[in-house]
Design a binder for this molecule. Structure first.
Ligand SMILES: Cc1cc2nc3c(=O)[nH]c(=O)nc-3n(C[C@H](O)[C@H](O)[C@H](O)COP(=O)(O)OP(=O)(O)OC[C@H]3O[C@@H](n4cnc5c(N)ncnc54)[C@H](O)[C@@H]3O)c2cc1C
Length: 393
């Protein structure tokens, strides 16, 4: 019987892991199935562009995996039973159950509302394709002079605010952040960011802790009201509740706790990669959610699974950072070099050069989904260990 590998989620992490496993393992020995709700690969790092009205190329998952041996199942994952080693899914034909020998959990993340009242009812977000498309429609309905308020001061907030301001210079774009906006960046990058906000006419409210979203804007902890026709909530990401509802060990945030090989600390036949995984990087710091870590996690996780199945040395080198890239519309960006531990350095690329690098990185991330072994030799090796021995090792 073939070793059944089920990969949940085909974002950057899941798609790369599945593709890499297909290149590393012999087709006679394994059956690899990817389950994803969306029939297309979604370049999540470009969803603010989608919201701002840009059309992105569509990449159907079935086309992406054609000829690789990976089976694609378009379905929604409902639950994982880590004891029975099954996954409950639902598609247009109804409910079904998949059995696995090895599970890769890569369901990514979605918007985090932090329990703030009104977010679900009144705010838009850009954390998923349907949400970005809904925001796009609402933005099209806005008349000149109306206000779009972006809540949050992190990377996604900055990218969303500048992208919308560039696409719709006739709108008033306002930001509200609990702390500073981009205040962790090197001072050169911060100065560039402030100049970009001025150029785009973006008003920034720092120290504005939003405690309620209403139909007409937001209310801050100090009682101040910031009016807006559209509020876009970009205050953070949270994982889906599926892992926390299982017997898998998860962090306080619901991410699956994994070891240095991205294997669940509670269930050795389960691996987690991407935003859904709680993993330590270089220096022991928990890796933050990001495309920058999702791809290297997929390389490491895929290789660790393949190594265990084929009786080869298991890689476990911690993942480090390189840079943080923030687009400021289509012609400007900040590329902040960071240490392996994600600390900003004085090396910063800005302006058009930064935009070229950022675009290259986004294209590179999508390219690595289509080329999961990064052109390294990809000899398909035979599975030598019995599944039970492998999972218990
Ligand atoms: C607008 C925006 C800009 C960003 N910019 C950057 C950036 O510049 N740099 C950076 O490092 N990171 C950035 N990120 C974060 C980055 O996109 C994520 O960290 C990355 O996508 C995580 O990859 P992943 O594969 O873990 O999850 P995802 O890309 O979220 O993929 C998860 C997959 O699982 C599927 N799925 C989810 N739930 C289910 C279910 N129940 N059933 C079936 N399928 C399901 C989804 O459809 C999706 O295909 C940005 C995010 C956004 C939204």
């Amino acid at each position: 019987m073939k070793h059944r590998i089920v990969v949940l989620g085909a974002g950057y992490a899941g798609a790369i892991t599945a593709g890499r496993l297909a290149k590393r393992l012999h087709r006679d020995d394994v059956e690899i199935t990817v389950v994803n709700a969306d029939p297309d690969f979604v370049e999540r790092v470009r969803l603010h562009q989608v919201a701002a009205g840009q059309e992105l190329p569509v990449c159907p998952l079935r086309k992406l995996f054609a000829g690789t041996g990976v089976q694609v199942r378009i379905a929604r994952v409902r639950a994982v039973d880590a004891e029975r080693k099954t996954v409950a899914i639902a598609d247009e034909n109804g409910a079904a159950t998949l059995e696995y020998d090895t599970l890769v959990y890569a369901l990514g993340s979605t918007v985090a509302d932090f329990g703030v009242p009104g977010v679900a009812e009144y705010a838009h977000h850009v954390a998923s394709k349907p949400a970005a498309l809904r925001l796009r429609e609402r933005l099209r309905e806005l008349a000149a002079g109306e206000t779009v308020l972006i809540v949050g001061g992190g990377l996604t907030s900055i990218e969303a605010a500048t992208e919308i301001a560039e696409a719709r210079p006739d709108l008033r774009v306002v930001m509200a952040a609990r702390g500073g906006v981009g205040d962790w960046l090197h001072e050169k990058a911060q100065a560039h960011l402030r100049a970009a906000f001025e150029r785009f006419g973006i008003t920034v409210h720092e120290g504005a802790d939003v405690v309620r979203v209403t139909e007409d804007g937001v209310v801050t902890r100090s009682g101040a009201e910031i009016p807006a026709r559209i509020t876009v909530w970009t205050a953070g990401f949270a994982v889906h509740e599926i892992a926390a509802a299982s017997t898998l060990t998860v962090s306080d945030a619901g991410r699956i706790v994994v070891d240095a090989t991205l294997r669940s600390v509670s269930h050795p036949d389960v691996y987690a990669v991407g935003d859904a995984a709680h993993a330590a990087g270089v220096g022991g710091k928990t890796l933050r959610m990001g495309c920058a870590t999702a791809s290297p996690m997929a390389w490491l996780g895929g290789d660790a699974i393949a190594a265990r199945l084929t009786g080869r040395p298991v890689p476990d080198a911690p993942i480090g950072y390189n840079s943080q890239c923030i687009s400021l519309g289509r012609h400007d960006a900040i590329v902040q070099k960071v240490t392996k531990e994600d600390e900003p350095t004085a090396k910063v690329d800005l302006g058009r050069k930064g935009a070229r690098i950022k675009e290259l990185i986004c294209k590179g991330a999508a390219w690595s989904v289509r080329n999961p072994t990064l052109m390294l030799p990809s000899r398909r090796r035979r599975v030598i260990a019995a599944p039970a021995a492998v999972t218990a090792a």
